[in-house]
Design a protein around this ligand. Structure first.
Ligand code: CA
Length: 454
């Protein structure tokens, strides 16, 4: 165990970090599972234990935990007698949507995590009883882990904001509010879908700069946006606000999020109220909730603001800036065209980004979103905003990579793209790594663009 890190936290002056940030025995890198595929698994070793909702080959949807290439059935675990003392927690976590579990908060998540870690660890006396509760993940269907009451998309990738802003307003790329407000908009929850669900190219009103009138038809400039998804746990009553120092304990976990974007529809509709139909047709997320506890080793203090940037207002300023409110996650975007798929070619990486390029933290999203008295609820979903770095290999959307569609990219098989064509699949992956800890992943966030419907 990383004793020095635990000791440092224990002795840290100032406010106690959120409970979800504390390291415990479940993070021990030497911990191994008796589930053979979990050993050194790139994404789901025993140190991860993400929660989701799955349906096995035959049977209804229920809560489950990813362990290696298997899924542990929480509905079976709840009735097994192996968790009698926390049966109610396991029951809620085994439901076909995890809203109730997310609402229980950090304490319940930590108790479930500690038990799962013990049950699945090498030498567990429960191994024989648990084996029949494992399902091969490849034979299961993964759904949305919760009913998403509300989905909010932020815009915290400052390099993305600069890249897009410089295409739209070369003289004034960053609007004056950006460094004061975590900019966001209320998105569309009903069309958030789990990884694997293809969707038709959206239709809408488009108007090129030279067109005299708009036309209605299939989107011509279909794009993706690489984002971190944030799952909300316990919410707040209408009219109340969540203080910034309590905000991290309202976050249940994280996922990958692809905010599909119809750029031509967006360009015509967005003024003056912002994105609407250009975003609301589909949002794809990875199906596992990587819990706040699993992410504890991969937290970092927010980077100091560059010299000359304004300080955040008090309601957005944690009382101890050394508490690691930010995350260190590496994210990748791949494209797989229909031609690549037909020939069995590997998907091609379009970008590699990091959550350290976010200007605002998830805690600041929570504090800001609730600051006007807006009530957040368990199962609400936030998007971080597109994550882009400074160099083109880290741009999180095609609009940035191709400079607004003006500079096509060539793929290794000779195809070229400005924006997405029918049959293209976009695949996102994420990993959290740190010296001295087991690396964990988020699972895949994938979807294919189908032709527009007649
Ligand atoms: Ca977005």
């Amino acid at each position: 165990m990383q004793g020095s890190i635990l000791d440092a936290r224990a002795k840290a002056p100032g406010p106690t970090p959120a409970a979800a940030m504390m390291l415990d025995a479940s993070h021990d890198p030497s911990l191994r599972s008796w589930v053979a595929s979990a050993r050194n698994h790139a994404e789901f070793p025993i140190q991860n234990l993400p929660l989701g909702v799955f349906a096995p080959d035959a049977g209804p949807a229920r809560g489950g935990v990813a362990i290696g290439d298997e899924i542990l059935d929480l509905a079976a675990l709840a009735t097994s007698g192996l968790c009698a003392d926390i049966r109610e927690i396991v029951m809620v976590a085994s439901a076909p949507s995890l809203n109730g579990f997310l609402g229980l908060g950090t304490g319940a998540r930590k108790r479930l995590r500690a038990r799962l870690s013990a049950l699945l660890a090498d030498g567990s006396p429960a191994q024989a009883a648990l084996k029949p509760m494992l399902h091969p993940a490849e034979k299961c269907t993964l759904g949305l882990p919760a009913r998403i009451g509300d989905y909010t998309d932020f815009y915290a990738g400052i390099q993305h904001a600069l890249n897009i802003g410089s295409l739209l307003r070369p003289d004034n790329p960053l609007l004056p509010n950006y460094k004061h407000i975590p900019i966001g908009y209320n998105g569309r929850a009903s069309s958030v879908r789990p990884s694997g669900e293809a969707f038709p190219r959206p239709k809408g009103q488009r108007k090129r700069p030279d067109d005299t009138d708009p036309t209605f038809g299939p989107c011509r400039n279909l794009d993706y946006e690489l984002e971190l998804g944030i799952w909300i746990g316990p919410g707040n009553a209408p009219g109340s606000a969540i203080p910034i120092d309590e905000a991290d304990d309202r976050i249940a976990g994280f996922c990958l999020l692809n905010d599909w974007s119809a750029r031509d529809i967006q360009a015509w509709e967005y003024q003056p109220l912002g994105p609407f139909l250009s975003k609301g047709f589909a949002t794809t997320i990875s199906p596992w909730i990587v819990t706040a506890e699993a992410m504890a080793p991969f937290r970092k203090a927010q980077k100091p603001r560059p010299k000359g940037d304004p300080a955040a207002l008090a309601y957005l300023s944690p009382s101890d800036a050394t508490v690691p409110h930010a995350l260190d996650v590496t994210l990748e975007v791949y494209i797989e065209t229909a031609a690549m798929r037909a020939k069995g070619l590997a998907p091609h990486r379009l970008s590699l980004g990091t959550t350290q390029d976010l200007y605002w933290t998830p805690a600041q999203f929570v504090a800001h979103h609730s600051s006007n008295g807006c009530n957040l609820a368990p199962g609400d979903l936030f998007g971080s905003g597109t994550i882009s770095g400074r160099d083109p290999g880290s741009f999180g959307s095609l609009m940035e990579i191709t400079r607004g569609g003006r500079e096509p990219i060539t793929l290794p098989n000779g195809e070229s793209r400005t924006y997405l064509v029918d049959g293209d699949a976009i695949i996102m992956r994420a990993a959290a790594r740190r010296e001295g800890f087991a690396s964990i992943g988020f699972g895949e966030c994938r979807a294919e663009v189908l032709p527009a419907r007649g």
